[in-house]
Design a protein around this ligand. Sequence first.
Ligand code: TRP
Length: 328
Amino acid sequence: MPKTVFSAMRPTGKLHLGHLLGALRNWVDLQDKAQCIYSIADWHALMSEYEQSRQVRGHMTDMVLDWLACGIDPKKSIIYLQSDVPEHLELQMVLACLTPLGWLERNPTYKEQLREISSRDLQTYAFLGYPVLQAADILLYKADAVPIGEDQVPHLELCREIGRRFNFVYKTELFPDCKAILTPVPRLLGTDNRKMSKSYNNAINLSDTPDAIREKTVRMITDPKRIRKTDPGHPDECNVYSYYKVFAPDIEKDARHWCSNALKGCVDCKKVMGGRLVEHLGFIREKRAELGKDKNFVPDVLREGAKKARAIAVKTMEQVKEAVFVRS
Ligand code: TRP
């Protein structure tokens, strides 16, 4: 059992199904098993959004509301804004000194983002160092478990390497090894069959209205080999079918049957799924609307969270400075 759990998300927009299944469900479950610390990574958001930086604050409120609506509970977990705890940047600096450039340049997530995201200039000094700040986030709280989506695994790998290198260089055992906690659910693709991401404009958001959910679902790309309604489809090659596995396991077999035998067209199949998603997200949407009424709620939660997070962070930084400047 982990003792301290840490995770974070960047406030770059509303949360979508990928976040819910890839990480949030785990975040909620872990709250009863360990001390959980959940951070809004606004400095990380700035690394790609530095030209639209004013939007980050609005996204932050949206995101916290989504977290709370999904069941993240400020009475159990520490929820705070990364930039409210300046020690993140201090530790980043120390770790940056001992992180070889090659580790960062080889990082597959970094290379993928440079390739795929053309709407932003990501050829910056800070963006290359993204995983160093992420390592600082985790190590600052000496977290031993990090619930994340699959796409973050390379970053966590780097975090472990950086923590070990610190321990090695300064002959200490200050930083524990941390392990990833992944959800068993396969990665859900976006409506266009690419990774679900706000920047690809292919996401179904947790706060989407029922109409928006139905419309997005009906536009989803299905089995590309099924051209006419009378052609039998290939469920295992269809993204919509993977949604059935997650959101409608009770009729997954039926979906497979009607698709493989061309008994139902893709549009009808997607309409059924749209209805399921509306139902599934209805509860979250209601809770979110309820919480959103009190404008002080989110700021209060974050203020309390920052106090608790900082108490831990300040202690770690004292130990870090001691290891670096005194004992080495
Ligand atoms: N990189 C993560 C993401 O894009 C966000 C993040 C920042 C994070 N710091 C972290 C995740 C520390 C886990 C642990 O989703």
